[in-house]
Design a protein around this ligand. Structure first.
Ligand SMILES: Nc1nc2c(ncn2[C@@H]2O[C@H](COP(=O)(O)OP(=O)(O)OP(=O)(O)O)[C@@H](O)[C@H]2O)c(=O)[nH]1
Length: 279
């Protein structure tokens, strides 16, 4: 398995800035990638936020089958967490999220009133790995474009407070990742889904890992029908090489990028890389 470590200076800075702001925040939206909800959960977040309310947002739900989405709703419910499912690209699930944040604000203002303080807007922060859709989500919450949303991981660099309504203010935090990627299986999934920067990995190794994972999760039929090449009984590396030879004049890098892009853009279909029933 490829070894991945990635903690560039701008991510370290983002983490520092975020921690500085956290005491001003009432509620945390943690955005997860629906294809890999467990691998895209930042392990340090619960420690940072203490007992502040956390809303778990499963974004990119358009990229997984409905049955899997339902499975995650049940799985998170069993952990005592409510999951908010969104498709930030098309603006789905946004209203429920806004309502939940404002409800957290009502409780906060009741406590303020008891202490003789004036009510104020609830302050929320949107956190998550790079590229999980934080900016797209904020733009949808706001109903217009303020946060830059892009396909590349690590686009948001500066912390900014955004007024969503009289009742809600949002801090758009840049993507954060743990200083050390302890779980390398998770790191590979993050790389496949482009939730960590491409400087962190070798495309061909990640492409090969994608093939191995698809076979393991029984999605090999998708590969056979899409690329006319059966992945059974060969390694991911051999698959990419064969694909390069058969369709890309021996150019393995191009074959790799085609595979990764097909997966990342959803053209292979709705393919989750983690399944609640397998945990
Ligand atoms: N299919 C799909 N694509 C999405 C969704 N949400 C965001 N995207 C796309 O994912 C890419 C990344 O979205 P961003 O909003 O820039 O992600 P971010 O978390 O702010 O990224 P950083 O700034 O790198 O931390 C963009 O191309 C979005 O259009 C979604 O729900 N479904």
């Amino acid at each position: 398995m490829p070894f991945i470590q990635w903690y560039p200076g701008h991510i370290a800075k983002a983490e520092r800035q975020l921690k500085e702001q956290l005491n001003r925040v009432d509620v945390i939206f943690e955005v997860l990638d629906a294809r890999i909800p467990l691998a895209s959960h930042h392990p340090d977040v619960p420690g940072w936020i203490g007992d502040k309310p956390r809303l778990v947002v499963l974004n990119r739900t358009d990229m997984i089958p409905e049955s899997v989405r339902q499975g995650w709703l049940n799985w998170f419910a069993a952990q005592g967490e409510t999951l908010y499912c969104t498709n930030a690209k098309q603006g789905k699930g946004i209203k429920a999220l806004k309502k939940a944040a404002q409800a957290a604000g009502v409780q906060m203002n009741e406590r303020r009133q008891q202490r003789g303080m004036r009510p104020r807007a609830v302050r929320a922060v949107v956190i998550g790995f790079p590229n999980v859709g934080k900016s797209a989500l904020i733009n949808r919450l706001l109903g217009r474009k303020v946060a830059a949303s892009a396909r590349r991981a690590g686009v948001t660099r500066q912390l900014q407070w955004i007024r969503i309504s009289d009742a809600l203010e949002l801090l758009d935090a840049p993507g954060i990742i743990p200083a050390k990627l302890e779980n390398q299986e998770d790191a590979v999934k993050l790389a496949i889904c482009e939730d960590i920067g491409e400087a962190a990995y070798d495309n061909q190794q990640i492409g090969a890992a994608l093939i191995d994972l698809l076979v393991e999760l029984n999605f090999d039929n998708i590969l056979s029908s899409r690329y006319q090449l059966d992945p059974q009984n060969i390694t991911g590396e051999e698959y990419i090489e064969s694909l390069g030879n058969s369709k890309f004049k021996g150019d393995t890098e191009r074959a790799t990028m085609q595979l990764l892009n097909d997966f990342r853009k959803g053209v292979m279909g709705k393919i989750p890389l983690e399944l609640p029933q397998l945990i």
